[in-house]
Design a protein around this ligand. Structure first.
Ligand SMILES: NC(=O)c1ccc[n+]([C@@H]2O[C@H](COP(=O)([O-])OP(=O)(O)OC[C@H]3O[C@@H](n4cnc5c(N)ncnc54)[C@H](OP(=O)(O)O)[C@@H]3O)[C@@H](O)[C@H]2O)c1
Length: 333
């Protein structure tokens, strides 16, 4: 039976400085219109949620608001023929958790064309260990593969390697045979990154170059960058001819200084990754890969599970750059 009131994290914010997180009851009737009502079993914490939960108006315009850009659960009600009650499903991205009440509540209501049927060989919980971070890592890996890099092409650099996107990119690339160099700012995470499959672990400081030099020694066959800023700028200058570089994040900085030289002298390609609006056909294809040939065996190593009540602390950790792997939120209990 669908309850009238459900439990959710609600952010009250009057500015980016003044915000407060409360666990509260919300009415099902206050959820936005949509074809599919989902009882959320698991959600996960992504960087965008941390921004939404701290009043960032670039992510969420109006408060009170329930963040959570990821949700996995069971269809409770559907007015669309593609879904029936009881279907296990997942939603990542689109407007979920931004200006649509998100997965940090026990129910979400969304348009049917945001909903992905849970692929075979993946549980609801596993789907949230990947979540948007794993989906984004997988879109980045897909670009590297489609670009034509093969495991013998050379080393692939992954930046922000202990973070959600980074740790999953290290894991998937290693799983499918690529030689991965993991760059991290955490001096004590060598063993963790090696256990995910990284062949080499280097310090973030070793790859950030502040010189004015237009090109640096070529080291990388390809790059999955999750942080932006100087690190992305340096990576662009440090690749082999015709290398692919993917760019998805801005935790170091949203801006970076670049010249045309890596593009016109080494023929590099910079790919932007935008997971939230990925078309449904590609979305389904990537989720099938996540559950199939790219599925990693060490998901337990990669995540911490918390209740809704644990989110405030986890958000603080993420915003201070201390996050390791993924945080999933259990809403089933
Ligand atoms: N475009 C998309 O579709 C999309 C989707 C998902 C996420 N993102 C973006 O991707 C980025 C990473 O997301 P995430 O979920 O992986 O976040 P996360 O779990 O917080 O990981 C970020 C990692 O970046 C590194 N880092 C933190 N502060 C840094 C700094 N000042 N300079 C350099 N590196 C720093 C840290 O790893 P180390 O200590 O190991 O270096 C940290 O663990 C975020 O900007 C997020 O918004 C984009």
């Amino acid at each position: 039976m669908i309850p009238e009131i459900f439990k959710a994290l609600v952010v009250h914010s009057t500015s980016e400085v003044h915000h407060e997180l409360r666990i509260a009851g919300k009415s099902i009737r206050d959820l936005p219109a949509g074809d599919v009502l989902i009882q959320v079993m698991y959600s996960s914490l992504n960087y965008k949620d941390a921004l939404s939960a701290t009043g960032n108006r670039g992510v969420t315009r109006t408060y009170p608001h329930t963040p959570g850009i990821d949700a996995a659960g069971i269809v409770a009600e559907s007015s669309h023929s593609a879904f029936v009650s009881g279907d296990p499903v997942l939603v990542t991205g689109y407007d979920l958790g931004m200006n649509t009440s998100g997965g940090f509540g026990r129910y979400v209501r969304v348009p049917a064309d945001w909903v992905v049927k849970l692929p075979e060989n993946l549980s609801l919980k596993e789907s949230m260990i990947y979540g948007t971070a794993g989906f984004t890592a997988s879109l980045s890996v897909q670009k590297i593969v489609e670009h034509g890099l093969t495991p013998d092409s050379g080393d692939i650099l992954v930046t922000g390697a202990t973070g959600g996107v980074g740790s999953l990119a290290v894991s998937i690339l290693s799983k499918i045979g690529y030689s991965v160099t993991a760059a991290t700012g955490k001096t004590d995470q060598n063993d963790f990154l090696r256990s995910l499959g990284a062949k080499t672990v280097i310090s973030r400081a070793d790859i950030a170059d502040n010189s004015e030099r237009p090109l640096l020694k070529a080291r990388w066959a390809g790059v999955v960058d999750t942080v932006g800023g100087d690190i992305l700028a340096s990576a662009l200058k440090s690749t082999f001819q015709r290398a692919p570089i993917t760019c998805c994040g801005n935790v170091a900085s949203p801006t970076f200084a670049a010249t045309v030289y890596p593009f016109i002298l080494r023929g590099i390609t910079l790919y932007g990754i935008d997971s939230a609006s990925t078309p449904m056909t590609l979305r389904q294809k990537i989720w099938r890969k996540i559950a199939g040939e790219w599925k990693i065996s060490h998901l337990a190593l990669l995540h911490t599970e918390i209740p809704l009540e644990g989110l405030e602390h986890a958000i603080e950790r993420m915003l201070s750059g201390r996050q390791r792997g993924r945080v999933i939120v259990n809403l089933a209990n």
